[in-house]
Each structure stands twice: as structure tokens, then as C-alpha cells.
Ligand binder design. Structure first.
Ligand code: ADP
Length: 364
């Protein structure tokens, strides 16, 4: 439904979008994630026809946005970071105004009713927009984007400035929209893409550094290989035994103490469920387990690794690995680093395959 190929955008000598290619399938919700200045808004502005690209191609449902901007724009509903609301209008006036602006051919009342039902703003339909809360204003902004039943909806930072309850409501709303529309949203919040999107595209300094199904990331994150475990026994000996147990990659003592028991944080190798082995080893030594709790992975750390890795590969002209090798039991956060590195490597492989594909097409 959305196809971007080798997109480049230069601002003078500065390259804001540097050979970006990705696709969004019909009905997919894709999150464009990246730090400030990564090139997210520039990419979205090219997609929505607000900016022209220096080179490359962007298509919406087979229509080239540069060659046929009006045709492509007809397929898009767009909610910019600052919703284009007219505060002195009522919701009713504003939505009717947008209906006319888009020259919508649908049955006016029925369509506006449907849109208001979808975004749940029927109760404020006759209110002046200025009097609405930020959450309701955001819904009105989304309603505006939905007018005309566009196939593609593009949201720029849709939950910025909302309170936690409003954030959950808007995220649920966007998830629901994925049933009938193809959605692309930009955000700098990793949890947001995880909660809402089917696919995560991470962009840094104008380049795609990861492009992965959310479930692939979530599965790894959920199958935690990190535990807090409370063990009764001599602290130094317990820690040393943990660090020496085959399958454990990291162990440290946390500050909590309960009588002669300490809480330890342990991480295990990929694909290893260390719990049974750990139980038998500790039982053999006479050190009872008083509690065990699985811990999640830090999405932030995964994200930082992907971004760091992309900068590292950019600054190294030769392929010398600069990453410090992990010392067993000595380095925290290794799980996130491993996953981040594998995401980056997948994206790099994808880029290489794309490049080969393009060369083959050029040769034909
Ligand atoms: P993001 O949305 O990810 O924060 P942007 O797409 O806004 O990033 O910006 C990408 C890069 O392009 C940044 O380095 C930014 O400073 C630069 N940039 C954006 N718009 C302009 C412009 N109109 N003129 C010059 N540089 C720009």
C-alpha cells in the first residue's frame, strides 16, 4: 500500500533522508521510530506530498506521489504533530468544513456520524473546540484525518502531550483503525510502537537501521532471560557459584537483604532456561531459593544499541568490530545489546538484498 524506494532528501549539503526504502502492506500499522532529527518528519512530509524528495520514489497504492500528488493525497488522511484545528469552530462546523475541503462524495451525515462514533466524540459534537481537553482535541484531529475514508492514515507523534489515560485511549483507537486502514505513525517512544504497531522501522540520521515485525521483538523481550532471585546463603560464594554456572552470562548482587538472604540478578544465554539447573545447583549446596521473579528487557537499551551500532558502522570505513567483547558475568544489559545488534544486522542484510535487487533490475 505504501512503497518507498531509495528516497533521498538533501537540505543544501545536509542529507536528512539517506537512501530510505521500506514498504507498508495493506492493513498494517507501522511505527517510524527514531531520535529527534532522525528524518521521520521529513519522510512523512514527502509521503504526504508536503515536501518533494531530492531523488527516489514514494507510492501510495501504486500512485506516485511526485507524478500525481492530488491522486495520492486523496488516499491519505494526515494528522500532523500539531493538529490543524480551528479553535473557534464547533466540532460539527470543523468536520463539515473538512468534508467540503476534501470534496467528499460520501453521504455527509452518515459519514460524519460514523467518524464521530469511531473516535468517540459524539458527546462533544456541538461544543467549541477551544473548550475541549487535549485528549478530545486529538480525537477531533483524528476524525479530520478519517474523513473521506482514506486508505492510508499518517500520524505524526499522535500521543505527544497527552496524559497516561488519554495515551491509552488514543493508542487503542489507532489499533482499531488498523482493521480498515493502513497506518503509519512516527514516534520517539519505543513502548508506543510496541503497543500499537505490527512493524517497527527504526531510523537514525536519515538511514533505516532496523525494520522488524513487532512480535519478533516482543517475543524475545517477553521470553525473559533475566531474573531476580532471592537466595539464602553466603553472599560471596553464592555470587561466584552463579557466575560459574554454565548458561549464566551475568550475575550481580542487588542491594536488598533479608536476614541471610540476598537478591541477585542473573541473565542467561539465548535459548537457555536456566531455572531448573539453578534450582538443583543451589539445592545441592544447601542454599534455598526464597523467591524468583522474571524481569523484562529494557526496550530503551535495545533501541540505543541499534542507534549506536548504526553510528559505529558509519564511522568505521573498514569493518573492524569496535564493540567490546562481553566478559562472562561482568557486563549488564548484554541481552538488549545482543537483540539490538541482531536487529541492526537484519536491516543491513535487507539493505544489501535491496541493493542487489536494484542492480539486477538496472541490468535488465
Ligand atoms: P525528526 O522528525 O526525526 O525529528 P526531521 O525530519 O525533522 O527529523 O529532520 C531531519 C534532519 O533534517 C534534521 O537534522 C533537521 O535539522 C534537518 N531539517 C529538517 N527540516 C529542515 C529544513 N527545512 N532545512 C534544513 N534542514 C532541515
Amino acid at each position: 500500500m505504501i512503497k518507498i524506494e531509495h528516497l533521498v532528501k538533501n537540505y543544501g549539503a545536509h542529507c536528512a533522508v539517506d537512501d530510505v526504502s521500506f514498504e507498508v502492506k495493506s492493513g498494517e500499522i507501522v511505527g517510524l521510530l527514531g531520535p529527534n532529527g532522525a528524518g521521520k518528519s521529513t519522510t512523512m512530509n514527502i509521503l504526504t506530498g508536503y515536501l518533494s524528495s531530492t531523488s527516489g520514489k514514494a507510492e501510495i497504492d501504486g500512485i506516485d506521489i511526485l507524478r500525481n500528488p492530488l491522486g495520492a493525497k486523496r488516499l491519505i488522511g494526515y494528522l500532523p504533530e500539531q493538529p490543524p484545528l480551528y479553535l473557534d469552530m464547533t466540532v460539527k462546523e470543523y468536520l463539515n468544513f473538512n468534508f467540503d475541503l476534501k470534496r467528499c462524495k460520501l453521504d455527509r451525515q452518515q459519514h460524519l456520524d460514523e467518524v464521530c462514533e469511531t473516535v468517540k466524540i459524539k458527546d462533544v459534537y456541538n461544543k467549541v473546540i477551544r473548550t475541549l481537553s487535549k485528549g478530545y482535541r486529538q480525537r477531533v484531529g483524528i476524525a479530520q484525518a478519517l474523513i473521506g475514508k482514506p486508505k492510508v492514515i499518517i500520524f505524526d507523534e499522535p500521543t505527544v502531550g497527552l496524559d497516561p489515560k488519554q495515551i491509552i485511549e488514543i493508542r487503542n483507537l489507532i489499533r482499531g483503525l488498523g482493521k480498515e486502514h493502513t497506518v503509519i505513525l512516527s514516534t520517539h517512544i519505543l513502548q508506543e510502537v510496541q503497543a500499537v504497531c505490527d512493524r517497527i522501522v527504526i531510523i537514525n540520521k536519515g538511514k533505516i537501521v532496523a525494520n522488524e515485525k513487532t512480535e519478533n521483538i516482543s517475543n524475545v523481550v517477553a521470553n525473559s532471560r533475566r531474573f531476580n532471585i532471592k537466595i539464602s546463603g553466603p553472599q560471596k560464594d553464592v555470587l561466584s557459584a552463579l557466575r560459574n554456572l554454565q548458561g549464566i552470562t551475568y550475575a550481580e548482587v542487588l542491594a536488598e537483604r533479608d536476614g541471610d538472604a540476598y537478591t541477585y540478578m542473573v541473565e542467561s544465554e539465548f535459548g537457555v532456561d536456566i531455572r531448573k539447573k539453578l534450582f538443583f545447583m543451589l539445592a545441592e549446596r544447601g542454599w534455598p531459593i526464597l523467591g524468583m521473579e522474571a524481569l523484562g528487557m529494557s526496550l530503551e537499551d535495545i533501541f540505543i544499541t541499534v542507534v549506536d551500532k548504526s553510528e559505529e558502522s558509519k564511522s568505521l570505513s573498514d569493518a573492524q568490530p569496535r564493540t567490546k567483547r562481553r566478559v562472562r558475568g561482568q557486563e549488564r544489559g548484554a541481552l538488549e545489546r545482543e537483540l539490538g545488534e541482531s536487529l541492526f544486522e537484519n536491516a543491513q542484510r535487507q539493505r544489501e538484498t535491496d541493493a542487489l535487487h536494484t542492480e539486477a533490475q538496472d541490468d535488465e
